[in-house]
Design a binder for this molecule. Sequence first.
Ligand SMILES: Cc1cc2nc3c(=O)[nH]c(=O)nc-3n(C[C@H](O)[C@H](O)[C@H](O)COP(=O)(O)OP(=O)(O)OC[C@H]3O[C@@H](n4cnc5c(N)ncnc54)[C@H](O)[C@@H]3O)c2cc1C
Length: 381
Amino acid sequence: MPAYDVIVLGLGGMGSSAAYHLAARGQRVLGLERFGPAHDQGSSHGGSRITRQSYFEDPAYVPLLLRAYDLWDRLAVDSGADVMTLCGGLMIGPADSRTVAGSRRSAERWGLPHEMLDAAELRRRFPTTDPGPDDVALFEAKAGLVRPEVTVAAHLDLAARAGAELRFGEPATRWEASAAGVRVTTDTGSYTAGHLVVAPGAWAPRMLAGLGVPLVVERQVQYWFAPRAPIADFAPDRHPIWIWEDADGTQIYGFPALDGPDGGVKVAFFRRGVVCTPETIDRDVHPAEIDAVGAHLGRVLPGASGRFLRARTCMYTNTPDEHFVIAAHPEHPTVTVACGFSGHGFKFVPVVGEILADLATTGRTVHPIALFAPDRTFGGR
Ligand SMILES: Cc1cc2nc3c(=O)[nH]c(=O)nc-3n(C[C@H](O)[C@H](O)[C@H](O)COP(=O)(O)OP(=O)(O)OC[C@H]3O[C@@H](n4cnc5c(N)ncnc54)[C@H](O)[C@@H]3O)c2cc1C
């Protein structure tokens, strides 16, 4: 008999949540993580992540978001940690932009509460914004931010309390699967289980090479600025999260000013990343990049673009259509995979953990995940 019911490979955003959901169901869980708990070397760090329900990417995500919100609330209660702040959210741009039109489509399709604001109304209601005459906005009160490191730590803590064995600083070097179960090898050990959940983030191109999904890892940068205007104007009780699309399709987004080590207004470009690997990523952030994001911020939220505070790199793992991969491994029924979160996965962390636990224990889930099949046709979006 294998030593564990399930091994979870990778304890970042998705893996920590899976480990918790599995252990809470009474499974004997081993979690293996290359780095320490809630580290800053992958995709789940930087203090904040946007969450929203009027999802411009595709209305198919909305039922998952509704479930995720319930689970975020439950996680906050169970852990006592401050994982989510609903400060509202603005999706801004031309009316036919992906950000505005796509968000509106999801909101209307699912009857989600939202308000449409023209440029004058946007400026009146949110005086930190400086919209152009063609900009409009969708405001969603239930948007806000979630905290990646706090969330990963909370899931790890709850998983350990439910009996999961979590091993840090122990990268898996390879895994093998058969109908009988799985074996995962590290530099210091070899472990067997009935099932394996592989959630390796930016290491997926290597750990899931046989999956056949053309994944591309991208360097992304998060920047923090001290606002020029009074900081109180940017506090989470006054200021929403925002995503602002230009006429040329460039998306920039940002957060209210948080306290503590994550303090300042955080801002980033949504895509535009440089292709990299976890080994080749340039972790330095260069003055020209800081000038470019600062100038763009100054155009849309002039009062936010004061002194540059700091910047941190992070990685996206993109699929060609920017939809996730969550499924049983097509060639190994005893393996479940979760990867390719394409820069928008964190808000789904609690529900992805639930889905992975469903798939690992029963082979199926009630959640709609057809969009995330690894053997879909990848046409690009
Ligand atoms: C700058 C930036 C901004 C983002 N903004 C948002 C946002 O606003 N809203 C949103 O919803 N999403 C956002 N995202 C995306 C979101 O953060 C990611 O989709 C999510 O964190 C991915 O989680 P993951 O578990 O796949 O990866 P990770 O959290 O990186 O976890 C993978 C883990 O696997 C471990 N691992 C890898 N290989 C091995 C191995 N061989 N053995 C053991 N362990 C291994 C890694 O060390 C890592 O801990 C953003 C991402 C970035 C980078």
